[in-house]
Write a protein that binds this ligand. Structure first.
Ligand SMILES: Cc1cc2nc3c(=O)[nH]c(=O)nc-3n(C[C@H](O)[C@H](O)[C@H](O)COP(=O)(O)O)c2cc1C
Length: 364
């Protein structure tokens, strides 16, 4: 039924449905019965100090403004990330800005970061029940396609405002340094020194929760070394994720005919991005100090094999979004169950033993 609706309408309808059902205890209980699994000790772990009942998280972009927080903890996820959230509310890019590619198990997204702004989201986070760790993904405000380019200080101030507003209420923060569909962030942070400049400013805010950086996909060792060197002095940074690439880069892996991509502006999520992200994870995992940093694997996870591959390449936890659209929330329980079987098949008694075992092995 949802697939008969316009994609953005279907998205908004499911978020609103979760918002309203999440307010009612019997419906929260019902969702838990349907989607949660008795936690398996083998999957119970921690992410930069945050306890996880399982490693599968909800990726940023589904609940952009924390409207469905009441239900997020009942869908089987081990953790969830809301956002991206900006200092000021934004209406994002003009419509249409969301397209389905079901044959490719992909979505083309050009939302441009619509959200209710950090102040409103902080109030929602403050009022939530704590059931699973919730992260807030922070980005520079998108003032729309016609807006004047923001200056350096404006970009840095925007992030600092959101971090100061959301850090007291979130379990972790992700700094989205690479939104593929909005200016005022991705190009700025591609320049040497600017990640360090932002972190220097944030260091003055005494952030108590772990901070992760969502980077543009990158499998260039020199470039990754440069980023790690910039991050090194700031011990509140505890890990990394990779975002979608802007546009339709050649690194995307299509299966069969694609359709009219020219009529679909935006970045591609889902199955086509999986191999690219796997390469990025393997490269980064071969460089990081694993006692300090974690990698959250996100991009093209639809089943336990996809999840397990990312874990073996170096991801300690995972996130998904597109699989939720095509498979429904039951996919989370399914992945966790099959992941346990894969770990046992290979002789691991705990997920941590498999993390990074293939990093640097050239298995991508
Ligand atoms: C419709 C849609 C909206 C998204 N919005 C955001 C966003 O606001 N911030 C962000 O960091 N990532 C966003 N993402 C990227 C996802 O968090 C994730 O990194 C990406 O979709 C890859 O995972 P998947 O293949 O499981 O979907 C969005 C993805 C989709 C499909």
């Amino acid at each position: 039924m949802l697939f008969r609706l316009d994609p953005e309408l279907a998205h908004a309808a499911t978020v609103e449905c979760c918002r309203w059902t999440g307010r009612l205890a019997p419906l929260r209980w019902l969702a838990s019965q349907m989607f949660e699994d008795a936690s398996n000790e083998c999957l119970r772990s921690e992410l930069a100090g945050l306890p996880l009942a399982n490693p599968i998280g909800l990726a940023a972009g589904w609940d952009k403004s924390g409207r469905a927080l009441g239900m997020l903890g009942h869908l089987g996820f081990g953790f969830a990330e809301i956002g991206s959230i900006s200092a000021r509310p934004s209406i994002g890019n003009p419509k249409p800005r969301l397209f389905r590619l079901p044959d490719q198990r992909a979505i083309v997204v050009n939302y441009g970061l619509p959200n209710d702004g950090a102040g409103m989201v902080a109030r929602r986070l403050a009022a939530r029940q704590r059931r699973i760790p919730i992260g807030a993904n922070i980005v520079k405000t998108n003032d729309g396609p016609g807006a004047a380019a923001a200056g350096d200080d404006e970009i840095l101030d925007d992030y600092c405002h959101s971090v100061a507003t959301l850090a007291p209420w979130a379990d972790y923060l992700t700094l989205n340094l690479s939104c593929p569909n909005a200016s005022g962030g991705k190009d700025f942070f591609a320049a040497t020194g600017n990640i360090g400049r932002l972190l220097e400013r944030l260091a003055t805010l005494s952030i108590a929760c772990p901070v992760f950086l969502k980077l543009a996909p990158n499998d260039d060792l020199e470039e990754l070394r440069r980023i790690l060197a910039e991050v090194e002095p700031f011990d509140f940074v505890r890990g990394f994720l990779f975002n979608l690439s802007p546009g339709k880069p050649p690194a995307l892996q299509w299966t069969g005919p694609i359709g009219d991509l020219g009529a679909m502006p935006g970045a591609v999520s889902g199955a086509p991005v999986g191999p690219l992200i796997d390469r990025c994870i393997a490269r980064l995992a071969s460089l990081i100090n694993r006692r300090r940093y974690v990698i959250i694997g996100v991009g093209g996870i639809f089943n336990a094999e996809d999840a397990y591959r990312k874990i073996r390449l170096g991801a300690s936890a995972l996130q998904l979004y597109t699989a939720l659209v095509y498979e429904g929330p039951g996919v989370v329980r399914q992945i966790n169950r099959s992941l346990v079987e894969l770990l046992h098949r290979d002789g691991f008694s705990h997920i941590s033993q498999a993390v990074g075992i293939d990093a640097g092995s050239g298995r991508v």
